[in-house]
Each structure stands twice: as structure tokens, then as C-alpha cells.
Design a protein around this ligand. Structure first.
Ligand SMILES: [Mn+2]
Length: 224
């Protein structure tokens, strides 16, 4: 990895926003030297999950992280328990073909660039333990921690006095993630969250890591 000369560009939660993804790819105009890192949650909520999956799995030089939405689909596939699914997963499942499943099975939990002291992950990390020792459930779903007990984590809507994990995270490594949508990019000393809520009518954000440059595409509309 140390010899890579091209750009490393992270792309936030796409959630089926295929038109915005196309516009972003036009903007990035990736070359063969570049690496695109999708931060997870390509699927669900938006209008065109199948198109997004087909586009990303056919991109050269792209790596993709596991999001909580993909984790749920894979759990259902492996364990067969429909209780793990959300209602909208059924619509997505109808669209997922053989090649999509192979792609979903290949998603990575974390992507590390030691020479940049940077780790990419969908959700984030518990701040009180090593990032290498955290399982798929934690790293795909964490938004906040309970300030009274930093081992307790969950969604912002569930832990109402919760504090973003990123507020407590002290690197190295620097962490680049998606998952928690906000109106703006959320930067902290040791982390950067670029989920700017495209599917909610916000923006799709990409980040060129070495150049420290952002690229953004506005949502065509609020899809939900
Ligand atoms: Mn997510």
C-alpha cells in the first residue's frame, strides 16, 4: 500500500442515491491510480439500490466497507431469521442478485492505511478500547456512547444523553467514517464523519484524504 501514488477518496453513505453517485463519480473522474473507499450503507432508503450496487461492484479500484444495513441483509442470508430485518429490507432483497450477494459478502469491516495513520470504518469505534478489537455490530452501528459508561453505545435516538463516540476518540489512528447523518461534515481532532444525509435531501460527500479536499453533490430531492 505504501507505493500508492494516486488519490485515496472516501465516499459517504449512498443509500440508493444512484443519480447523485453518478454525478460524484463524474466529479471525481477516477484514474487507474486512484482508490475509492465507500464508507458503507450503499443500500436501502433511497430510490435505486440495485443500480448503486451494480455501479460500485463494477468500479475498478474501489473498496467498500460493511454498513449496518448490509450487515443486516447478510445476517438474514446466513441465519435465515426474518426477525432481523426491517420492513424496507424486503424491497431491497428483491433487487439483490447473485453478483450483488458476492459483492456484499466481500465488504470489509475496516480499511487501514498505516502510513497515513488512518482507518476507515462505517460507524466508528468505542473510545475505550483498541479499534482492532471491536466487532462488526459495534463498528457498523455506533453513533453515541453513554457518558456515564463508555462501553454502552447505540443510536442517538436511543441514548438521549449520548455523546458522539468521536468526541471521545483519541487517535492515532485518525478515523474516517459515515453512518451518522448531519447537515455538515463533522470534524474532530482524530476523526472525520462525511455522512451529510444525501438520501434525506442533504449532500453526498467525498473526501480526498491526501489533498484534504472535499467534493460534494447536492441531493436531487429528499427521498425520505
Ligand atoms: Mn449506517
Amino acid at each position: 500500500m505504501g507505493e500508492e501514488k494516486g488519490r485515496i477518496i472516501a465516499i459517504g453513505d449512498v443509500h440508493g442515491c444512484a443519480d447523485e453517485l453518478e454525478e460524484m463519480l463524474d466529479k471525481i473522474a477516477p484514474t487507474v491510480d486512484d482508490t475509492l473507499i465507500f464508507l458503507g450503507d450503499l443500500v436501502n432508503r433511497g430510490p435505486a439500490t440495485a443500480r448503486v450496487l451494480a455501479r460500485v461492484r463494477n468500479l475498478a479500484n474501489a473498496r467498500s466497507l460493511l454498513g449496518n444495513h448490509e450487515l443486516r441483509l447478510l445476517r438474514y442470508r446466513h441465519q435465515g431469521d426474518p426477525a432481523v430485518l426491517k420492513d424496507y429490507d424486503w424491497e431491497t432483497l428483491k433487487q439483490v442478485g447473485v453478483e450483488d450477494w458476492a459483492f456484499l459478502e466481500s465488504l470489509e469491516l475496516t480499511i487501514s492505511y498505516p502510513e497515513l495513520e488512518t482507518v476507515f470504518v462505517h460507524g466508528g469505534f468505542l473510545p475505550d478500547r483498541a479499534w482492532t478489537e471491536q466487532d462488526a455490530e459495534i463498528v457498523t452501528s455506533i453513533q453515541v456512547i453513554d457518558p456515564a459508561n463508555p462501553a454502552v453505545y447505540g443510536k442517538r435516538t436511543k441514548i438521549t444523553n449520548g455523546v458522539s463516540w468521536a468526541e471521545r476518540w483519541k487517535g492515532p489512528p485518525f478515523v474516517i467514517c459515515g453512518h451518522t447523518p448531519r447537515p455538515d461534515i463533522f470534524r474532530r481532532p482524530w476523526s472525520l464523519c462525511i455522512d451529510t444525509g444525501c438520501v434525506y435531501g442533504g449532500k453526498l460527500t467525498a473526501y480526498d484524504v491526501r489533498a484534504e479536499k472535499f467534493l460534494q453533490v447536492s441531493a436531487r430531492k429528499a427521498y425520505i
